[in-house]
Design a protein around this ligand. Structure first.
Ligand code: PRP
Ligand code: URA
Length: 206
C-alpha cells in the first residue's frame, strides 16, 4: 500500500530541498525534519506497552510505543540523515544498514554491504529518500523479507509514479509512505523535477 502524505509542511520542506542553493548541511537538516514528521505519521498505529515509571507523584504506569520492537534500516548513503533523526526519537530502537549503489549505466542496484540485525517479528522501517525506478527499494525489501519481520514500512521523500508502481506491484504487502510523488522519471532514470542525487546533495560529492 502506498500513502502519499499530502501536507503543506512536508511540501514546503521538500521544495527547499529542490533549491540549488540549499547546501549539504541544510539539506541534511531538512531531511532530518521530514523523516521525523513522516515517522510520526507512519507509526500512528504501532502498539504501545505499559511501563511503570517513577514520577513526581510516585510510581505510575503509562503507555509507551514498543521501541524495542522497532528496527530502522537506512539505505546508504542517502538514507543516513533519515536514520539519525528517527532514532533520536526512539533511543531503544535498533538500527540496520544496507549499502546499495545504482549502476550509472544500467540503473540496476547493487548491494555491497548488509548489516541488518535479526528482525524476526519486528516492525522494520526502511529509510531512503528517493524512489526512482524502484529497483533499489524492491531489492532492499526482498533482503528484509528473508529475515521474517512482522511488518515492513518504508519512508521515502520523493518518488516517481513509475517507480512507486513497481514497488507496489512487487511488494503489495508493505506500507510505503511518501512525502511527495513527482511527475515522472527522466531519460536518465532520475526523478523529474526531483532534486538531483540525494546522496551527492547530502555529502557534497559528484
Ligand atoms: C539513490 C537513492 C536510492 C536509489 C533510487 O541512491 O538513495 O537508493 O538511488 O534509485 P532507484 O529507485 O532507481 O533504484 P544511489 O544509488 O544514488 O546511492 P547514494 O545514496 O550513495 O547516492
Ligand atoms: N537517485 C537519486 O538520488 N535521485 C534520483 O532522481 C534518482 C536516483
Amino acid at each position: 500500500m502506498i500513502t502519499e502524505l499530502k501536507h503543506p509542511v512536508l511540501k514546503t520542506l521538500i521544495n527547499h530541498l529542490r533549491e540549488s542553493q540549499t547546501d549539504a548541511l541544510r539539506f541534511r537538516h531538512i531531511v532530518h525534519d521530514i523523516a521525523r514528521l513522516m515517522a510520526y505519521e507512519a507509526l500512528s498505529t504501532e502498539p504501545s506497552i505499559e511501563r511503570e515509571i517513577d514520577t513526581w507523584n510516585g510510581k505510575r504506569t503509562f503507555e509507551f510505543i514498543d521501541e524495542e520492537n522497532l528496527l530502522f534500516v537506512s539505505i546508504l548513503r542517502a538514507g543516513l540523515p533519515m536514520i539519525e533523526s528517527v532514532t533520536a526519537l526512539f533511543p531503544n530502537a535498533s538500527s540496520g544498514f544496507l549499502a546499495m549503489r545504482r549502476d550509472e549505466k544500467t540503473h540496476q542496484s547493487v548491494i555491497y554491504y548488509d548489516r541488518i540485525p535479526e528482525c524476526k517479528g519486528k516492525t522494520v522501517i526502511l529509510l531512503d529518500p528517493m524512489v526512482a525506478t524502484g529497483g533499489s527499494l524492491c531489492d532492499a525489501i526482498s533482503v528484509v523479507k528473508h529475515k521474517e519481520p512482522a511488518k515492513i514500512i518504508s519512508l521515502n521523500l520523493i518518488g516517481s509514479p513509475e517507480g512507486l508502481d513497481v514497488v507496489d506491484q512487487k511488494h503489495p504487502d508493505i506500507h510505503l509512505f511518501i512525502a511527495h510523488i513527482d511527475e515522472k522519471l527522466d531519460s536518465n532514470m532520475y526523478i523529474y523535477p526531483g532534486l538531483g542525487d540525494a546522496g551527492d546533495r547530502s555529502y557534497n560529492t559528484k
